[in-house]
Ligand binder design. Structure first.
Ligand code: GZL
Length: 322
């Protein structure tokens, strides 16, 4: 009897408009984000930016996976996102190749994919919505242009120690292309060695330490990220080799993370090439544009600059976000 009375009362309240409809929670956009690892200051800043952007306050439910620098882990993560039926997949790919199958599976599941930071090399660009990141070749060309000016048509041999990032990553491929093309162009520029630093401080330290044990005739270090630069500087210190402004070795470093900018301001790094990691708000905006039915460019490059000791101040560095 009580149940009937309760149902009757509810019906009356609804019919008379007295019952308050339970507020309908706006549905959250479910994003699956596959991050490649946590190998560098840059990557930590990038992850922080992405996680802040995909907050519940911003209207997202974030499924996050750190692949610990293994593409196989990224492929597992993306497949999990597909099974869980997320609305959007965002991938920061470790390397360019090996993505066709899983991107096709996402397409078959009608889940759009945004590529952030590095790029994927696939024939069919319809397998992803857009790629947003840095123009890594332009970064390299800015470094080479600065070095050409710094050397002021020096005729003697220029021995370059090239510390490369993770092989097959767009940042490595294109920063390498810039310096390799320049070495081909300048008859007196030579590679003392090209070392595999994998974008990490520890690997770079080991490789440079072992190299310096055999050969200390270097004029320039072209290091494809700041953390490898920090490792190289430790090895140079141990070998008693000076570097930076007025030193024996000129150092060029990519990323322009705060730690590197401070060393640059002190004259210990000659050139910091910015590689901006703050993609969270950018990807958030792209998702909103997509959900609003707007057309999105297939590739988006972010604006970046370079820093030398002359232009750096404590205030400028303090104002930087990473
Ligand atoms: C560049 C990014 C690179 C950084 C490194 O966008 O992919 O990966 O330059 C990071 O610090 O490891």
């Amino acid at each position: 009897m009580k149940k009937f009375a309760s149902l009757l009362l509810t019906a009356l309240l609804l019919l008379t408009g007295c019952a308050k409809e339970a507020p309908v929670e706006p549905s959250l956009t479910r994003v699956g984000f596959s991050q490649l690892g946590a190998e560098s200051d840059w990557r930590v800043a990038n992850t922080d930016s992405m996680i802040r952007a995909f907050s519940e306050e911003n209207g997202y439910e974030l499924l996050y996976d750190n692949a610990r620098q293994k593409q196989a882990n990224q492929l597992v993560a993306v497949r999990n996102f597909i099974v869980q039926g997320v609305d959007i997949i965002v991938i920061a790919p470790l390397e360019e190749t090996g993505w066709e199958a899983v991107l096709q599976e996402a397409k078959n599941a009608q889940i759009p994919v945004i590529i952030v930071d590095r790029e994927v090399a696939v024939e069919d660009t319809e397998l992803y919505l857009t790629q947003i990141g840095s123009d890594f070749l332009t970064e390299g060309l800015q470094a080479v242009g600065w070095l050409e000016n710094a050397l002021e048509n020096r005729q003697e041999d220029v021995n370059i120690l090239h510390i490369q990032g993770t092989y097959g990553a767009t940042a490595q491929i294109q920063r390498t292309k810039a310096i390799e093309d320049a070495v081909r162009l300048h008859d007196n520029w030579h590679f003392a060695a090209q070392l595999a630093g994998d974008f990490t401080e520890s690997k770079s330290y080991e490789m440079v330490r072992d190299f310096l044990a055999e050969n200390q005739d270097i004029d320039v270090i072209y290091s494809e990220n700041d953390n490898m630069t920090f490792g190289a500087m430790r090895a140079l210190d141990e070998a008693g080799i000076t570097y930076g402004q007025g030193g024996d070795v000129t150092i060029i470093s990519f990323d322009a993370a705060r730690r590197a900018l401070k060393l640059c301001m002190e004259g210990k790094i000659n050139l910091c090439v910015e590689c901006n990691p703050l993609h969270g708000p950018r990807v958030d905006e792209l998702i909103r544009q997509y959900l609003a039915g707007e057309t999105i460019p297939k590739q988006i490059f972010v604006e970046e600059t370079v820093f030398t000791p002359e232009i750096l101040t404590p205030e400028l560095i303090a104002a930087r976000q990473y």
